[in-house]
Design a binder for this molecule. Structure first.
Ligand SMILES: O=C(O)CCC(=O)C(=O)O
Length: 341
């Protein structure tokens, strides 16, 4: 039986030597851990299933990216740092937030020099807001960082991109977090190779077919793609994995993921590789995959928003269309048509 500890922020258990949040109500299986050159890797990625790649050297040139090295080499630019009163750092779209007058931003984005971020991290008191640096890497970084970046295993990455028929690499997000920081469950519309550089993270993933249990915010909401409530938590079936320095986790597009920095491995540094989806296949086969169904739902919401001219009208119109016509318990044995006949 794993030992359990609690503090003001939550209850934790031991998972393979890592102290993580206790979520024992979730049914979680393990993600496969494979050598990056294992012959099964390609077919798993082609099937859009998550896999942890170990011993790959894909990001080994950046394993030295701890706070001291980054402080010396990251450059004098300004960095995006999110501040939160809790451990949770839920993403939201700042532009959309302006159109939702009652929306309370879950975090605040501030800009600071890397030196200031380091001093915030090193002097953080338990009562302070927590911080999470999340910055797209760009060409403002120092020359040693550029050198490390160029030494990533680009040949393998671009070969995978070509074989999977993905679109272009859109960005590399650098994430530097404190023990216990949580990125709550959400999905992205891009393919992701998520590389871990320092410290350990626990990643919980759910297949896109779990959409109905995760209740995402509407498309036009600032928290689009984030889960808003969990009434069906006990029905959820997911996967989990611990990622450590040098590991690369493939997070397929539309797969839900919760990411948590473990409590006992210090500062976590990660860098991801986001790729655009490939083109829609010319031949559609039925039944559609769960991923394709999520894309269809998003397109319907988008079209309605454009047709109605006001994103706030999408929900009422969808409800009006569905309620009593397509609700789950309204099958053909349950018409009750005789009431009015
Ligand atoms: O590492 C994290 O906290 C979140 C990363 C993430 O959600 C992503 O790369 O898509």
């Amino acid at each position: 039986m794993a030992s359990v500890v609690s503090d003001k922020r939550g209850t934790y258990v031991d998972l393979e030597g890592h102290t993580v949040r206790k979520y024992d109500f979730l049914q979680l299986s393990k993600i496969p851990r494979l050598e990056f050159d294992d012959p099964n890797v390609e077919s798993i990625i082609a099937n859009e299933e998550p896999v942890l790649l170990v011993n790959s050297n894909i990001i080994s040139s950046a394993l030295k990216w701890d706070l001291d090295y980054l402080k010396k080499n990251l450059g004098a630019g300004s960095f995006s740092v999110y501040s939160s009163k809790t451990c949770k750092f839920m993403y939201y779209d700042e532009k959309r937030a302006k159109q939702w007058p009652y929306f309370i931003p879950p975090t605040q984005r501030i800009h600071m020099k890397f030196e200031e971020f380091c001093s915030r991290v090193r002097n953080l008191k338990a009562s302070d807001s927590r911080v999470y640096l999340q910055q797209m890497l760009d060409d403002s970084v120092g020359k040693n960082i550029v050198k490390d970046f160029l030494e990533f295993k680009w040949q393998w990455l671009t070969e995978m991109q070509r074989k999977m028929n993905w679109g272009s690499l859109t960005s590399n997000l650098l994430l530097i977090g404190l023990p216990g920081n949580i990125t709550p469950v959400h999905y992205d519309e891009q393919q992701n190779f998520f590389g871990q550089l320092t410290g350990f993270k626990r990643v919980i993933l759910f297949h896109p077919d779990q959409f109905k249990c995760l209740y995402p915010f509407p498309l036009y909401h600032p928290c689009d793609r984030q889960s808003q409530r969990f009434p069906k938590l006990k029905e959820l079936k997911g996967y989990e994995v611990i990622v450590g320095p040098g590991d690369v986790l493939y997070i397929p597009m539309y797969w839900w993921h919760h990411v948590e920095s473990t409590m006992n491995s210090g500062i976590t540094t990660s860098v991801n590789f986001w790729f655009k989806a490939g083109p829609t296949p010319s031949q559609i086969t039925h039944p559609l995959t769960a991923q394709q169904k999520v894309a269809v739902m998003r397109n319907i919401e988008r079209m309605l928003g454009e047709a109605l001219g006001d994103p706030h009208e999408v929900g009422p119109l969808l409800n009006c269309m569905v309620n009593g016509r397509y609700t789950e318990n309204n099958d053909e044995n349950d018409y009750g048509a005789d009431v009015l006949s």
